[in-house]
Design a binder for this molecule. Sequence first.
Ligand SMILES: [Zn+2]
Length: 107
Amino acid sequence: MTERLCRACGEWHDLGQPWPRVCVDHFKGRTNARSALPRPMVISDTLDGLQSMVSGERFDSKADLRRHYRANGVIEVGNETITPRDNDDIATAPIEAEVARAFDQLS
Ligand SMILES: [Zn+2]
């Protein structure tokens, strides 16, 4: 069983179960880094010679690097917002049986 500390209620929740609806605030943005003042938010395209994980080539532009990754079938991950899973329809009995069988093979 994998658990995660809830930022909404401070309790641990089982990730195998659907996230409690009352704790949905857990998934809200974590920082208030953006000012409440109205102004455009500009994200620079420049990089400081970031190296491609595919070819080792150096890039000075995020757009060029992403174009290079896309052309090579690489998917960048890491900034996704985690959404609560609604996995009521997943039957756990076959999974538990398979895990039990694997434990039997090891012992
Ligand atoms: Zn909670």
